[in-house]
Design a protein around this ligand. Structure first.
Ligand code: F6P
Length: 342
């Protein structure tokens, strides 16, 4: 078969491991020809591609980012975009597409499937907010990076009796904040799912300080909001999927805590460091399993499906189920984090 592969949305540790697995099993087991389309859906609109083979994919398993590039291009928002995608598919004589991405990229894949394109999805996002799979690849790496950072922030928090605010990614869901908060021993975790009361946050901090425990670590997801406010954004610009650029809640929070409590408060924004560099061993294995499952799904004709992790098995679920609704933080998990507040 002739199969196109693309990576869309934010880059993510493990993307190359998925591509490598697709190419390895496709070429060696099925005798496929694999073509990588460059910069996500943009590569299909503009017909920009490169052939991918086992030799070229050597050494890419531990490499962060994506060797075929990525973007947040949405063909349904580009004039003539869908027709251009179809034309590229025809021009190359593609039998199928494998789309590796999050809610936006797979949302496009789902629409294209409804429009008759043979496509299989692979769930990617450090945010872990995609439904129908227990984990997306990249999340584990992001949590490990955030946890390592929080461990290091404890040193300064303890030595200077400071409140340290650590802002992590998580636009609509606080999975990274909750996991890293539990793993890093945070005194407060703030997530988009639960608008926070600044007075309550300050009360936790004061209680700690009054009981002789200084060094407060607060983990805040970039999409967290105060009860009375709205998102804190960098600017009003939106991307092709209508998302604003988040970032900045950590600084606002730190300023407000210092003003209300009088305790010296500092902020660290982890930003893209969470998405950078090599995937953890867990993510390398998950990505590899997803890649193998995706090429198998193509050969079984399971179009319109996404490979997913459920009870540690790789299964196929309808793309529509994966992109229907965001997967927000499990309330039971958040309750675990809350036990350690204050
Ligand atoms: O897609 C995941 C993510 O890292 C989000 O957590 C974050 O809000 C967003 O991407 C940032 O995107 P960009 O790198 O395009 O600013």
């Amino acid at each position: 078969m002739k199969i196109g592969v693309l990576t869309g949305g934010g880059d993510c540790p493990g993307l190359n491991a998925v591509i490598r697995a697709v190419v390895r099993k496709g070429e060696r087991h099925y005798g496929d020809e694999i073509i990588g389309f460059l910069y996500g859906w943009k590569g299909l609109i503009e017909d920009a591609s490169r052939p991918l083979d086992v030799t070229q994919m050597r050494g890419t398993l531990p490499r962060g980012g994506t060797v075929i590039g990525t973007s947040r291009t949405n063909p349904y928002r580009v004039e003539g975009g869908v027709e251009a995608v179809r034309a590229t598919i025809e021009r190359h004589g593609l039998d199928a597409l494998i789309a590796i991405g999050g809610e936006d990229t797979l949302g496009v894949a789902n629409k294209l499937h409804d429009d008759g394109v043979a496509v299989v999805g692979v769930p990617k996002t450090i945010d872990n907010d995609l439904s129908a799979t227990e984990f997306t690849f990249g999340f584990h790496t992001a949590v490990q990076i955030a946890t390592d950072a929080i461990d290091r922030l404890h040193t300064t928090a303890e030595s200077h009796d400071r409140v340290m605010v650590c802002e992590v990614m998580g636009r609509h869901a606080g999975w990274i904040a909750t996991y890293a908060g539990i793993a890093g021993g945070a005194s407060v975790v703030l997530v988009p799912e639960h608008p926070f009361d600044i007075e309550e946050v300050c009360a936790h901090i004061k209680r700690r300080h009054e009981s002789g425990r200084f060094a407060t670590i607060i983990v805040v997801a970039e999409g967290a909001t105060p009860t009375e406010g709205s998102h804190v954004t960098q600017d009003a610009e939106v991307d092709a999927f209508g998302h604003v650029k988040l970032g900045g809640i950590g600084q606002v929070l730190a300023d407000e805590i210092e003003r209300r409590t009088g305790y010296e408060t500092r902020v660290t924004i982890l930003g893209h460091i969470q998405r950078g560099g090599t995937p953890t061993a867990y993510d390398r294995v998950l990505s590899t399993r997803f890649g193998i499952a995706a090429i198998d799904a193509v050969h079984d004709g399971a179009f319109g499906s996404m490979v997913a992790l459920r009870a540690d098995r790789i299964v196929r679920v309808p793309l529509a189920e994966a992109v229907g609704e965001l997967k927000t933080v499990d309330p039971e998990l958040f309750e675990v984090a809350q036990v350690f507040f204050g």
